[in-house]
Design a protein around this ligand. Structure first.
Ligand code: C2O
Ligand code: CU
Ligand code: CU
Length: 426
């Protein structure tokens, strides 16, 4: 069994405790809420995950929609979000990737008491970083996330970036029975010991993959978020050359992905800028080809037949404004090691298992230094770092935010099976 068991950081500042379906409905834009105060109700609901003619699936939902409403906050502006629990069990909301006060991190029993059925909890924080984040429960995570509880959280840059259009694809993976019910068997040994609960239906913003209508020449900022329990995705855009401008919400040097594929493990986000360089009237597939022999078309870019919006790609800079992340001083850093095998600031994570693990740190963004000894280019900051089997990753971060924080694998089965730990920053 994979586990991270022992305390691993001793720096002065640290104390350690402890198959998809094709359909022809358009991709729906995620519902958006305005800035300010938000109220979100968590309750059972229903969704049509296989299209308007498909069966209704009983789900658990934020404000009755799957995914939940897209929260739009402003960088550096206080936010207040009231969460009402209409479920029959405890819940919490975790604001994944946001650097916030520990008491707002949404981990029951660690940072707050659970929100009991019928009760409310008020989350208040000021997001320091602009970017693409998401929110999800941190109680009974495997079941609550698996039943649909997830939503995007977008923190807008103070100055908007120059694109023609912004799109969000919140990707979810479901294990459905033939009659469209969420399959039972959460947390079985097989899933926990292997890849986790990978499903058989993928949705984009809660709907089955469908055509996306685009215009030749337009520049789109596409925010991708993988809210799956366990499915890893590797997206390839036929003919197109997406440029990665942010990873896990944090701007990076604009670059094309290695091998042309955008790899998104559970909980990861990637922002790309996509210049629509295809021909008017043509169609180009977006293919998820992560699992050998199981490639499928996630969506199709369907070009409108009209004249291109412009002849040449937009001549505007791709780089996003930097976020106020504290830069680690590597000369003064101490080394710490996490080993993903019955044991466990410059942090080394070594995967000694035969499985992939998206390792997630709460409360901080990690500057990723190297993978298997080779420096990682493009100045990437990540809150979720995917470790392939046998990978070793070196990261660094400034431990400037006090509290007890979680570090865990975001494959929910692995987390439940013990691939998690808590670290204390004082
Ligand atoms: Cu996205 Cu501990 O979580
Ligand atoms: Cu998190
Ligand atoms: Cu894992």
């Amino acid at each position: 069994m994979n586990s991270v068991s022992s305390p691993f950081i001793t720096r002065r500042k640290f104390l350690f405790a402890a198959a998809s379906i094709a359909a022809s409905v358009p991709i729906r834009p995620a519902l958006a809420l305005a800035t300010g105060e938000h109220r979100i109700r968590v309750a059972p609901g229903q969704a049509r995950l296989t299209g308007p003619d498909g069966p209704r699936t009983p789900v658990w939902a934020y404000d009755g929609t799957v995914p939940g409403p897209t929260l739009r906050l402003r960088q550096g502006r206080p936010a207040r979000i009231i969460v009402e629990n209409g479920l029959g069990e405890d819940t919490t909301v975790h604001w994944h990737g946001i650097r916030l006060p520990n008491a707002m991190d949404g981990v029951p029993g660690l940072t707050q008491p659970p929100i009991r059925p019928g009760e409310n909890f008020v989350y208040e924080f000021t997001p320091p970083d602009a970017g693409t984040f998401w929110y999800h429960p941190h109680a009974d995570s495997l079941v609550q996330l698996g039943r649909g509880l997830a939503g995007a959280l977008i923190v807008e840059e103070a100055e908007p970036v120059a694109v023609d259009r912004e799109l969000l694809w919140l990707l979810q993976d479901w294990r459905l029975t033939k009659d469209g019910q969420i399959a039972a068997g959460f947390g079985n040994m097989m899933d926990a010991a292997m890849s986790g609960r990978v499903g058989n239906v993928v949705t984009v913003n809660g709907a089955p993959p469908a055509d996306l209508t685009v215009k030749a020449g337009e520049r789109v900022r596409l925010r991708l978020a993988n809210a799956s329990l366990a499915r890893i995705m590797a997206l390839r855009f036929e003919v197109h050359r997406p440029v990665i401008v942010a990873i896990d919400g944090q701007p990076c040097d604009p670059h094309e992905p290695e091998g042309g594929r955008l790899v998104l493990a559970p909980a990861m986000r990637i922002d790309v800028v996509l210049d629509m360089q295809g021909d008017p009237g043509k169609r180009y597939a977006v293919i998820d080809e992560f699992y050998d022999g199981l490639a499928y078309s996630l969506t199709t870019l369907a070009y409108d037949a009209g004249a291109p919006l412009r002849d040449h790609p937009l001549d505007a800079p791709l780089r996003l404004p930097a976020n106020p992340l504290p830069a680690p001083d590597l000369a003064k850093a101490e080394r710490h090691e996490i080993v993903l095998q019955g044991a466990t600031c410059r942090l080394t994570m070594r995967n000694e298992t035969a499985w992939w693990h998206p390792m997630h740190v709460h409360g901080f963004s990690l500057s990723v230094l190297s993978r298997n000894g080779s420096p990682v280019p493009h100045r990437q900051w990540q809150d979720t770092v995917l470790l392939a089997p046998k990978d070793t990753i070196e990261c660094a971060f400034v431990a400037d935010n006090p509290g007890d924080w979680m570090l865990h694998c975001h494959v929910a089965d692995h987390q439940m099976a013990g691939l998690m730990t808590v670290f204390r920053v004082t």
